[in-house]
Design a protein around this ligand. Structure first.
Ligand SMILES: Nc1nc2c(ncn2[C@@H]2O[C@H](COP(=O)(O)OP(=O)(O)OP(=O)(O)O)[C@@H](O)[C@H]2O)c(=O)[nH]1
Length: 495
């Protein structure tokens, strides 16, 4: 039962642990897929955002000669640049700078003659790099609107391929703030747009003060991006030190990367809350099984104890029964077998006997007189003395001495012929005589207790009654013949 309980407990604990572990792994996998998909869709949105600006910049580059010769027609609210920026809500403005960094044209009204952006990172980059591609710089505060913008720029060359200026589109950080704001977030969730050098362009739900922070020490930039453009992994965020399960996707066209992170503590909490009922039910079931098991165990133990007690009392009862039946077969005065034992043993000895069974019946002579002379108590002692003498006769183990009743005794001799029974009777009478128990009231000259004996022997198929009758008649003969003698099949033998 204990082994069974142990097995059941082990089974329940193992099965539940496995189910919980599996459900946790499934939850992690679901969230990792969700994070990867979301980062992929955000990367697509970012790519489209910058691609649209890039197309506008390409258009400016295509028209650069006209622009440099007639910059006024490009500027202003009705200028060509304004026309290009109208369908692009992400744009803060379009600008064109000459090779000295002076503003030639802008989509935002009139040109400020003082405005010079030669010190800007993107301007210096294009001046120093002949790279014809679009450059996305770090977040700056717009000098025209003072809003935070991401500069997207393109180098403009003259006919000889020399640096001749820069076309700039500024993408509003607020555009991403608004777009990312549409996503429903749980506390601890994170959305971030970064360049591939690890510079943060925007992160939700963090304040703008984190913009331009370098996250290059994050595993995303040290290992993961070099292994795969899209993926998911768990790491500690460099922004707030919280561990998150991240999905990330690098843009195909631009050196930008988007990451979506879910705080693992919140995931664990959510998973725990949705499994708490199942866990409680399992623990409760387990406790119930244990309770029932121990109850049954206790019952079994009690049953075993009561069975043992029952067996002990049965043994005791058997022993007492044995004692009782022994007592029922014994004569209380003399300790010899009683009349019941006599009948039982005689029947048993005759039953199917192949050899003769002899029976000697003894009767104490003149015992009434003894009682009268010495009293009944002395009479009892006399009977006890006679019994003791008969008990100590040298007999075979199959012979049985009993008190037949009153002052009569009997010896049953299985497998004994009458002739041999006479010898036994002779020894018995001799032994009594030798005991010389005084009997002053006896009519016999010796004045001691004497016995008369009658011997009967069974014939094949003889019954107990027939044998008793034969012995009894012989005893009667012995009495008639003067007592202190033996009467049997072969006549009377006087001592
Ligand atoms: N003290 C005592 N006397 C007993 C007991 N059983 C029988 N008696 C007595 O034994 C006597 C037997 O007497 P009787 O049958 O007349 O025979 P008897 O006096 O021995 O004479 P015979 O047998 O003819 O020699 C009776 O007085 C019984 O009361 C016993 O257990 N104790």
């Amino acid at each position: 039962m204990l082994l069974f309980l142990l097995f059941i407990s082990l089974f329940i604990v193992t099965a539940c642990s496995w189910a919980l572990w599996k459900s946790w792994q499934d939850r992690l996998q679901d969230i990792s897929i969700q994070a990867r998909n979301q980062s992929l869709s955000l990367s697509r949105q970012a790519q489209d955002t910058f691609l649209q600006v890039s197309i506008a910049l390409d258009e400016i580059a295509r028209q650069r000669e006209a622009l440099f010769s007639r910059p006024a027609s490009y500027s202003g609210s009705r200028g060509i640049l304004a026309g290009l920026s109208v369908p692009l809500p992400q744009l803060a403005g379009l600008f064109v700078y000459d090779k000295a960094g002076n503003c030639l044209a802008t989509s935002r009204g009139s040109v400020d003659p003082q405005m010079n952006n030669a010190d800007r990172e993107y301007f210096i980059w294009h001046r120093d790099h002949a790279n014809p591609g679009v450059h996305i710089g770090h977040v700056v505060n717009s000098r025209s609107t003072d809003e935070r913008v991401i500069p997207v720029s393109l180098r403009l060359n003259d006919a000889d391929g020399n640096f001749n200026g820069v076309a700039l589109g500024t993408v509003k950080v607020s555009f991403f703030r608004q777009f990312y704001g549409w996503y429903e977030q749980m506390p601890g969730d994170l959305l971030a747009l970064m360049n591939t050098d690890g510079l943060l362009l925007y992160a939700r739900p963090f304040p703008d003060s984190v913009i331009n922070r370098s996250l290059s020490s994050s595993p995303l930039f040290t290992t993961l991006l070099s292994q795969s453009r899209i993926g998911s992994a768990t790491w500690k965020s460099r922004l707030d030190g919280k561990e998150r399960l991240f999905g990330y996707a690098r843009l195909e066209r631009y050196p930008l990367v988007v990451a979506v992170g879910y705080e693992t503590r919140a995931i664990r909490h959510g998973w725990w809350m949705s499994n708490i009922t199942a866990i409680s039910v399992n623990v409760f079931t387990w406790l119930l099984v244990l309770l029932f098991g121990f109850q049954i165990l206790r019952q079994l133990r009690a049953n075993r104890l009561s069975q043992q007690a029952l067996m002990r009392s049965q043994d005791e009862l058997k022993r007492l029964n044995g004692t009782l039946s022994d007592l029922a077969m014994l004569d209380g005065l003399t300790g010899l077998g009683n009349r019941r034992q006599f009948d039982f043993y005689l029947e048993k000895s005759l039953n199917g006997a192949m050899t003769p069974v002899s029976l000697i019946m003894f009767d104490v002579d003149y015992f009434k007189r003894y009682n009268d002379a010495y009293g009944h108590i002395a009479g009892d002692r006399c009977l006890q003395a006679v019994a003791a003498v008969l008990k100590h006769l040298p007999l075979r183990s199959t012979d049985r001495v009993t008190r037949y009743g009153g002052e009569e005794f009997a010896i049953i001799l299985p497998g004994t012929e009458a002739r041999d029974a006479e010898k036994v009777a002779f020894r018995a009478l001799e032994a009594i005589r030798r005991a010389a128990l005084p009997h002053e009231a006896s009519e016999l000259p010796e004045k001691i207790v004497t016995l008369s004996a009658g011997i009967g022997a069974s014939v094949p198929g003889g019954t107990p009654d027939a044998l008793k009758l034969a012995a009894d008649e012989a005893l009667y003969t012995a009495k008639k013949s003067g007592r202190n003698c033996i009467a049997g099949m072969q006549g009377i033998c006087l001592l």
